[in-house]
Design a protein around this ligand. Structure first.
Ligand code: ADP
Ligand code: ADP
Ligand code: ZN
Length: 215
C-alpha cells in the first residue's frame, strides 16, 4: 500500500517511469495529463475547458483539477494505493489535496522529484511521441517504437502532442519554475521528498526511484 507523487518538469520522464513503478508496487498510475487529453479527444465539457489552457502550455484551474483527482482516488481501484503523475502542480493543489487526504484519515507516503536540467528537457519534449490510445511515451531518438508510428504496447497510433512545440515547451518550463518548483520546498518540510537524478539512462532512473521507494 503506497500513495506516491511523481514530481518533475515536463520531459523529466514521469510518464516513462510511471508504468513500471506502478506495476512493481502494484498501485494504480494516474496521469492528470492523460485524463485531460482523453477528455479533449472525446470532446467532453471538461476536455473543452482544459484544452484552452493546455494549448497555451498553461495550467488547468486548480479547483477543477483537485475535484477530478480527489474523485478519482476514492474509487475502488485506488484502494491499494496510487502513483500520481502530474499532480499536484501548484502549492494550492498540494495543500488542498493534503487536507482532503487528512479528512479521510490518509496521507501521502513518498514524493519523488525527478531532476533534469532545462537543456536536456527541450530536446526530450521536441522528440517526444505519444500513443493516442494508451498514452505511452516514446522518443524518436532515445526510445523509438519498433514500427514507425505504431505503439509497441497496444498497436495504437503514435503522434506528437501539440503542446510539445518548442515555444509551448518553453512556456511550460517557465510555468513549472514559477508554480510547480515551489512544491519541492513544501514536501521537503513534510519530510517525504526524495530527489532522483533524471539525467541518466531510463533503467538507471528506474532503479534509483525503486531505491528511493524502499525496494
Ligand atoms: P514527462 O511525463 O515527465 O513529461 P516523459 O516520460 O513523457 O516525461 O518523457 C519525455 C520524453 O523524454 C519522452 O520522449 C521519453 O521517451 C524521453 N525520455 C524519458 N526518460 C528519458 C531518459 N532517461 N533518457 C532519455 N530520454 C528519456
Ligand atoms: P508533462 O508530462 O509534459 O509534464 P502533462 O501531460 O502532465 O505534461 O500535462 C499536460 C498539460 O495538462 C499541462 O501543461 C496542463 O495544461 C495540464 N495539466 C496536467 N496536470 C495538471 C495539473 N495537476 N494542474 C493543472 N494542469 C494540469
Ligand atoms: Zn499504446
Amino acid at each position: 500500500m503506497k500513495r506516491v507523487v511523481l514530481l518533475g518538469p515536463p520531459g523529466a520522464g514521469k510518464g516513462t517511469q510511471a508504468t513500471g513503478i506502478a506495476e512493481k508496487f502494484n498501485i494504480l498510475h494516474i496521469s492528470t495529463g492523460d485524463i485531460f487529453r482523453a477528455n479533449v479527444k472525446q470532446g467532453t465539457p471538461l476536455g473543452l475547458k482544459a484544452k484552452e489552457y493546455m494549448d497555451k502550455g498553461a495550467l488547468v484551474p486548480d479547483e477543477l483539477t483537485c475535484d477530478l483527482v480527489e474523485d478519482r482516488i476514492m474509487q475502488d481501484d485506488c484502494k491499494n494505493g496510487y502513483l500520481l503523475d502530474g499532480f499536484p502542480r501548484t502549492v494550492f493543489q498540494a495543500e488542498h489535496f493534503d487536507k482532503f487526504l487528512a479528512s479521510k484519515g490518509q496521507q501521502l507516503d513518498d514524493v519523488i522529484d525527478i531532476e533534469v536540467p532545462d537543456s536536456v528537457l527541450i530536446p526530450r519534449a521536441a522528440g517526444r511521441r505519444v500513443c493516442k490510445q494508451c498514452g505511452k511515451p516514446y522518443h524518436v531518438e532515445f526510445n523509438p517504437t519498433k514500427v514507425e508510428g505504431v505503439c509497441d504496447a497496444c498497436g495504437g497510433e503514435v503522434y506528437q502532442r501539440a503542446d510539445d512545440a518548442e515555444e509551448t515547451v518553453r512556456n511550460r518550463l517557465k510555468v513549472y519554475a514559477e508554480q510547480t518548483a515551489p512544491l519541492t520546498g513544501y514536501y521537503k518540510n513534510s519530510g517525504i521528498l526524495k530527489a532522483v537524478n533524471g539525467d541518466q539512462t531510463m533503467d538507471k532512473v528506474f532503479a534509483d526511484i525503486c531505491k528511493a521507494l524502499g525496494e
